[in-house]
Design a protein around this ligand. Structure first.
Ligand code: FAD
Ligand code: UDP
Length: 367
């Protein structure tokens, strides 16, 4: 194999953005990807003319104008605002938590009435520094919403009680005292026309890559051809699980093509009760409304993760954060390797943060 400036492990968003920046600055790169396609978890497939989000629903949203402008060089984004619905035992609520949710839950009409209701419910649970997800959730929205819209969903999603999960997870969702169902607060939001795979292919234009290739199976040989390695796989796997395994949460998507034009009337509906085995149903065509005669839906089942499974969500609880710190110290001591992305940094990163971080690292490294 020919010598390259950068060997990039993983053709996900991080690896692809970095590769694009490197090639644009005249560096040579080789990407190795163990899956049979590029794009990592943002990969989209085509079924019946519909872009299917193979690894779960992906909505691009950001507050960073630089990231937004960067992404718009590789795709046109359609105007799309995520308005997720929650189905709790047949009752439909708007998410994130806003005046529509409070009105449906309690019949309140004004922000003052909603605030009073929440105050009343959190009174006996109030704490200045919520230590876990349960305390944080009740502090934010009171006990009724916690019981109906948060507890069941979260415990299914993470396979752990809310009392042992970190508080920051629930703070991902806005709480608003306006009638606004936008799932995100970011000023820029959209779905790329042509799907995410199209963006990745554009990013990788001119970059050599090898699919179905696991870097760790042939590490020495790959290291020998590269000046530097950009590693976006799981950090604990890189160090052969020396201190033990970091935990992830996995999901299984059951995808079906249906002979109807509109199955559920919305892109995402969450099932927030504990009993329904899946967390949500995604109807992919509603991300990019079209005139297809069929529809494709995916039921998302949370799954326990074990070594060898696809890692989806890093579990950023105390145990795992302490373990990660040990791996991060080893990573800092590696002179020729840069660890990046969701798995390399064991971080609950959204796409925009991954792009931002790849751009920042590229600027530092590509002198
Ligand atoms: P990945 O996409 O995981 O890419 C890493 C790549 O490295 C993979 O392709 C993997 O196969 C490869 N790899 C690993 N080990 C090796 C090895 N040893 N050899 C070769 N290749 C290897 N973000 C948003 O902004 N909006 C959303 O709506 C959103 N929804 C999401 C929904 C779900 C269900 C999930 C799981 C995530 C969601 N995200 C969302 C987050 C988004 O998916 C990530 O931020 C992004 O995909 C991370 O990119 P990455 O390159 O860091 O990692
Ligand atoms: N969540 C919830 N009920 C919902 C949706 C989300 O309790 O109907 C909680 C859950 O703990 C989840 C967290 O809010 O992990 C963050 O939700 P988000 O939609 O940001 O999760 P993502 O799937 O994007 O990681």
């Amino acid at each position: 194999m020919k010598k390259v400036d950068f060997l990039i492990v993983g053709a996900g968003l991080f690896g692809s953005v970095f590769a694009h920046e490197a090639i644009s600055r005249g560096k040579s790169c080789l990407i190795v990807e163990k899956r049979n396609h590029v794009g990592g978890n943002v990969y989209t497939d085509q079924i019946e003319g519909i872009h299917v989000h193979t690894y779960g629903p992906h909505i691009f949203h950001t507050s960073n104008s630089r990231v937004w402008e960067f992404m718009n060089r590789f795709a046109t984004f359609s105007r799309f605002t995520l308005n997720t619905l929650a189905n709790y035992k047949g009752e439909i609520y708007n998410l994130p938590f806003n005046m529509n949710t409070f009105n449906r839950m309690w019949g309140v009409i004004t922000p003052d009435e909603a605030l009073r209701k929440i105050e009343e419910q959190r009174e006996s649970h109030k704490t200045d520094t919520p230590k876990n997800l349960e305390e944080q959730a009740i502090n934010l929205v009171g006990t009724d919403i916690y019981e109906k819209l948060i507890k069941g969903y979260t415990e299914k999603q993470w396979g752990r009680p809310c009392k042992v999960l970190p508080a920051f997870i629930i703070k991902r969702l806005p709480v608003r005292f306006t009638y606004d169902n936008n799932y995100f607060n970011d000023p820029y939001q959209g779905i790329p026309v042509g799907g995410y795979t199209h963006i990745i292919k554009k990013l990788l234009s001119g970059v050599q890559f090898m699919l179905n290739t696991d870097y760790l199976m042939d590490k020495e040989r790959f290291d020998s051809i590269a000046e530097k390695v950009i590693y976006t796989g799981p950090i604990d796997a890189y160090f052969e699980y020396r201190f033990g395994e970091l935990e992830y949460r996995s999901i299984r998507l059951e995808t079906q093509t249906l002979n109807c034009t509109n199955y559920q009337g919305n892109a995402v509906i969450n099932y927030t009760d504990r009993e329904t085995p899946y967390t949500r149903i995604i109807e992919h065509k509603h991300f990019e409304p079209g005139t297809q005669s069929k529809t494709v839906i995916s039921r998302e089942y949370p799954a326990e993760w074990k070594k060898g499974d696809e890692p989806f969500y890093p579990v950023n609880d105390e145990r795992n954060q302490a373990l990660y710190k040990k791996y991060a110290a080893l990573a800092r001591a590696e002179t020729n390797v840069i660890f990046g992305g969701r798995l390399g940094e064991f971080k609950y990163y959204d796409m925009d943060k991954v792009v931002e971080s790849a751009l920042v690292i590229a600027e530092k490294v590509l002198v």
